[in-house]
Design a protein around this ligand. Structure first.
Ligand SMILES: [Mg+2]
Length: 207
């Protein structure tokens, strides 16, 4: 019997754009702790766990204090909205149309993953959610769910796919270009998830 298709997706800058929200929360949280940073300071260090970003841009700041303030600002009602990335709906739907299941695996705090999916209007299209897993650690979720494909925008996502023996799909909608994702081991890269949704139905991936 052939196992059903299961496709894993990274969250930030793969399925959703919470870029403005993340940057705003960092700037406000760090300001409370006496550190002024700009959007330009932060952009090269997004898509990794927040304590890693903090270590890169403000190494002297207490990580626990930052995490508390970051989550407070991130969850404020007036925080910038989280939007679906172009093609996110189509990509999740095409997996379902192929009889498959969709799994989201993110480094984000798990409740924030659910909130981001809800705000972007994607909740109904996602079967399983895993949070607080970064880079190779994501492989544990991919293996547990039997994912044969993992889609992400960061070299850590590509490493996770390899560690889970899944087909590594890169999307260049984050901070990493095609050359970087291919060098990390991506089997294929797409400019956005619309292109993935066109590709999937015609592609047979070993399951
Ligand atoms: Mg990402």
């Amino acid at each position: 019997m052939i196992a059903p298709l299961t496709v894993g997706f990274d969250l930030d800058l793969t399925l959703v754009d919470s870029h403005e929200r993340i940057i705003s929360a960092y700037i406000r949280a760090l300001r409370d702790l006496g550190v002024e940073v700009s959007s330009d300071d932060l952009v090269p260090h997004l898509g990794i766990p927040l304590t890693h970003t903090a270590a890169a841009v403000a190494p002297a700041v207490d990580a626990d204090a930052l995490v508390l303030r970051y989550r407070h600002y991130y969850d404020e009602p007036d925080a910038p909205r989280t939007l679906p990335m172009p093609g996110a709906v189509e990509a999740l739907r095409c997996v379902r149309a192929a009889g498959g299941r969709t799994v989201v695996v993110s480094a984000k705090f798990t409740p924030a993953v659910h909130n981001a999916l809800a705000e972007a209007g994607l909740t109904e299209l996602v079967d399983v959610v895993y949070g607080e897993l970064f880079a190779e650690d994501k492989a544990t979720a991919l293996i547990a769910e039997g994912a044969s494909i993992y889609v992400g925008d960061h070299p850590g996502d590509i490493a996770a796919a390899h560690a889970a023996n899944a087909y590594a799909v890169g999307v260049t909608t984050g901070a990493n270009d095609e050359a970087t994702l291919i060098a990390a081991g991506a089997a294929v890269t797409f400019a956005n998830l619309d292109a993935f949704a066109v590709w999937l139905p015609g592609h047979s991936v070993p399951r």
